[in-house]
Design a binder for this molecule. Structure first.
Ligand code: PMV
Length: 328
């Protein structure tokens, strides 16, 4: 039996625009998914998924890898518990010549689903690491990131950047531009997360931006402008200038709103954080609902968010220096 964990992430800058080749800067945070893998000799894949949402649903199925069985569960859970794990296990088979390899896979996650914190990437990264190690093969984080990206790309119908999976596999702050992914230095960032208890549909939101970009020049320009904000953000990160980082996060949120991917609760939490004195705040990830990230070294934002209408949970998140962790 092997156990691996991998962190979630926030986008400091650049979600959505990264899909069109602009740079993005995600940052891994100490909120993790953990996967236990145990080899079976009958070629079956059995997935047990607990705690995948704050409501603690349980999904369990027996099936053969590559064939998605019907599971009576909310769509997001179905995606997370079956398609992502199924896809991850597909990425594991070419490390062995043995036939009839199957797995019992157990997922535990503290990362809310579909909320912009990279839950699926963390599950896929830890599943690939645990299952390959169960077969006696230890992959480097770069190789895990590559296989995890292929999984997300396939499950999300080709609409995935490398950002979430690379960040989750390697940890720290990273810069992603097209196929080029690298670690970057980041100061100790006082990150505060606000969660509205909901989720966005990443595929729908990415398609919405694509349509807007095709129809309106302003949307194409906005995507490019987000790229400029990201480049400014990299300078501010290198200089450790929290005030400038916050200002740029505010600009980035405004541009994402213009692209139609914010929501009332996300805007309400962003303003709650700003009113509390945060250096800046923005939605993180695909948007539509889920999480915001704010920068505030004081306790004010966390407290204010817990009283902000639409905010279900507020917490401080440490940067995760290490990506995938081998626990057993
Ligand atoms: O919501 P998340 O954490 O899955 O992030 C989606 C980020 C997008 O840029 C909108 C899509 C992508 O694959 O980069």
């Amino acid at each position: 039996m092997t156990v691996s964990s991998a962190p979630g992430k926030v986008y400091l800058f650049g979600e959505h625009a990264v899909v069109y080749g602009e740079p993005a800067v995600p940052c891994a945070i100490e909120v993790r998914a953990q996967v236990t893998a145990e080899q079976r000799t009958d070629g079956k894949l059995r997935v047990h998924a607990d705690d995948l949402s704050l409501d603690g649903f349980t999904v369990e199925y027996d099936g053969t890898a590559g064939e998605h069985p019907h599971v009576d569960a909310p769509e997001s859970l179905l995606m997370a518990a079956t398609q992502y794990v199924d896809g991850a296990i597909e990425q594991v088979y070419d490390v062995t010549d043995e036939d009839d390899i199957g797995f019992d896979v157990t997922i535990e996650s503290d990362i809310p689903l579909g909320a912009g914190l990279g839950s699926s990437a963390a599950v896929v990264v830890s599943a690939i690491d645990a299952a390959t190690r169960e077969l006696g093969v230890t992959l480097e984080p770069d190789e895990i990131a590559e296989r995890a990206y292929r999984t997300e790309h396939a499950v999300q119908d080709g609409q995935a950047s490398r950002a979430d999976t690379f960040c989750s596999a390697t940890g720290g702050a990273v810069r992603v531009e097209g196929d080029d992914c690298r670690a970057i230095d980041a100061p100790d960032l006082p990150l505060v997360i606000g969660f509205d208890g909901g989720a966005g549909d990443t595929g729908e939101l990415v398609s919405g931006v694509r349509d807007l970009r095709e129809e309106y020049d302003f949307a194409a320009d906005t995507v490019e402008t987000i790229g400029d904000i990201v480049r400014n953000g990299e300078d501010a990160l290198a200089a450790g200038d929290l005030e400038e980082l916050g200002r740029l996060m505010n600009f980035n949120h405004g541009l994402l709103s213009a692209l139609g991917v914010s929501s009332r609760s996300l805007d309400s939490m962003v303003w709650g954080a700003r009113d509390a004195g945060a250096h800046g705040a923005k939605l993180t990830g695909a948007g539509g609902g889920g999480c915001i990230v704010a920068l505030d070294p004081t306790p004010e934002t966390e407290t204010a968010l817990s009283f902000t209408p639409g905010c279900e949970d507020a917490f401080r998140a440490e940067l995760a220096e290490t990506g995938v962790k081998r626990l057993e």
